[in-house]
Design a protein around this ligand. Structure first.
Ligand code: ADP
Ligand code: MG
Length: 470
């Protein structure tokens, strides 16, 4: 950038996947379209109701904590965060303040401050002079992760958010779709040309990774302009206008003091070390292979970094690939499989976004296909054709090869006839080869491939030609 150093810290919320809500037994269904369906007096904030802690939600956050290498709290409690808004009629949100479930940890070389648990609020919509409130979302368990102010570019910020999304999906604790609001990102941004931090601005309504990048880039430029013109940055909350591609001032930020946090008197304090299934060793054992571990395993297979990144970014593709690895075993076969997976297969699914990935193409059929190319039973051109059929309609590669006549002619004797024909049709070229022109041999092989419609094995064809003219 410029003489200014950018500093960014992220606050990311994610709705957790549980059967029921955070403090009651109403269903947690983020896909419910009919408003106010999954509600009860507790999540509607009626006075006199009593919340009960959802253990699964606590377990999910602890799992995230262990995966981040953070510290799981021994003692933890919930607090009331007081504010007035129709999306939370009881006048406070149950959250965590002093004793978050998780402290510390790192992801993508970014230090994590804390991860805590709270309840989501109702969703309000405003139409004309009418405001509507839907309580389906109210009380859904919400995880909040806060990073230290150690991010220094827009790209690093969105890379971190992507990695967190992948981690949450890998752990199975959240679907973390940004466009559905299951994951929400807020970026705190400041710039400074001294050792001290500059005044920060918080940007909300970032509904895609692209808008995270663009909003941060926009803010960094705006800050620089204000400072260069001798102005001052006002500490405030800003929104991102997707249409105009710019941020706009929303409100002057409240400090923590205004929320009057105090411990929630209706919930028990938790001594996590006394809950056997939340013990750190138990949680560690329950973790699936983490994205960072998967990357390392793929790199150790000799895969290119960009292929590794692509594959690990999609849980479906990595799962498919692992089943293929299991079948193929041999590194050179796996390498071939990677080539088809990252070019032909990825390309096909990018073009056909309506198609469910790996519904028709099975790991077994794909592994068989790779075996067939590796054994020279089919050409790589033929493999591409077969793969296309498997992607479109499924089936077995042998059968497709048979039907399309794609098995290479393996038998040198059977090639002889073809070779004799080529020689008699290209006497001049044969002469040239005999006089030392190497390229002429390649031309003759090409003629043979044409005649057999690609069904000849080029190596054997070359051998057969040399046998006749050598
Ligand atoms: P607040 O009290 O305003 O909520 P916090 O200290 O809790 O501020 O930090 C909230 C988020 O802002 C964190 O992600 C933190 O890393 C980030 N942050 C704090 N100071 C700065 C700064 N000067 N520039 C950019 N981000 C910052
Ligand atoms: Mg804060």
């Amino acid at each position: 950038m410029s003489k200014y150093k950018a500093t960014i810290g992220l606050e990311i919320h994610a709705e957790l996947k549980t059967n029921t809500k955070m403090f009651c037994d109403s269903k947690n269904d983020p896909n419910e379209r009919e408003p106010n369906t999954h509600v009860c007096p507790i999540c509607m904030s009626h006075p006199g109701t009593l919340p009960v802690i959802n253990k699964k939600a606590v377990e999910h956050v602890c799992k995230v904590g262990v995966a981040l290498g953070g510290k799981i709290a021994d003692f933890t409690e919930f607090d009331r965060k007081n504010y007035f808004y129709p999306d939370i009629p009881k006048g406070y949100q149950i959250s965590q303040y002093k004793f978050p479930l998780v402290s510390g940890g790192t992801l993508n070389n970014v230090e994590i401050t804390r991860v805590h648990l709270e309840e989501d609020t109702a969703r309000s919509t405003h139409k004309g002079d009418e405001s509507l409130v839907d309580f389906n979302r109210a009380g859904i368990p919400l995880m909040e992760l806060v990073t230290e102010p150690v991010i220094h570019s827009a790209e690093q910020a969105s890379a971190f958010a992507r990695e967190l999304q992948l981690l949450l999906r890998t752990l199975g604790v959240s679907d973390a779709n940004l466009e559905k609001g299951e994951m929400r990102i807020e970026a705190n941004i400041s710039i400074s040309d001294t050792e001290e931090f500059g005044t920060k601005v918080e940007v909300k309504n970032l509904n895609s990774f692209r808008s995270v990048e663009r909003a941060i880039a926009y803010e960094l430029k705006r800050h620089e302009k204000v400072l260069e013109e001798g102005g001052e940055i006002v500490q405030q909350t800003r929104g991102w206008d997707e249409g105009k591609q710019e941020t706009f001032g929303q409100r002057i930020k409240e400090g923590a003091a205004e929320y009057r946090y105090f411990p929630e008197p209706d919930l028990p304090k938790l001594q996590l070390s006394e809950i056997p299934e939340l013990a750190e060793e138990v949680l560690k054992k329950s973790l699936p292979e983490l994205p960072s571990e998967k990357r390392k395993r793929y790199e150790d297979l000799g895969m290119k970094p960009e292929d590794v990144t692509d594959l690990v970014a999609s849980l479906e593709r990595a799962r498919f690939f692992d089943a293929v690895i299991e079948k193929l075993q041999a590194p050179e076969k796996i390498k071939r499989a990677v080539n088809y997976l990252t070019s032909d297969i990825a390309g096909y699914y990018n073009e056909h976004s309506d198609k469910v990935e790996f519904e028709t193409l099975t790991p077994d059929a794909f592994a068989d296909l790779i075996e067939m190319v590796c054994e020279d039973k089919i050409s790589s051109r033929g493999a591409k054709d077969i793969l296309r059929v498997l992607l479109e309609d499924g089936g077995e590669p042998e059968q497709v090869a048979e039907e399309k006549g794609l098995f290479q002619v393996q038998d040198a004797g059977a090639l002889k006839e073809v070779v004799l024909e080529i020689i008699s049709e290209n006497e001049g070229v044969v002469e040239e080869y005999k006089n030392g022109k190497e390229a002429s041999l390649q031309f003759l092989v090409g003629q043979g491939m044409k005649k057999t419609k690609g069904a000849a094995n080029p190596g054997l064809l070359k051998e057969a030609i040399l046998n006749e003219i050598g």
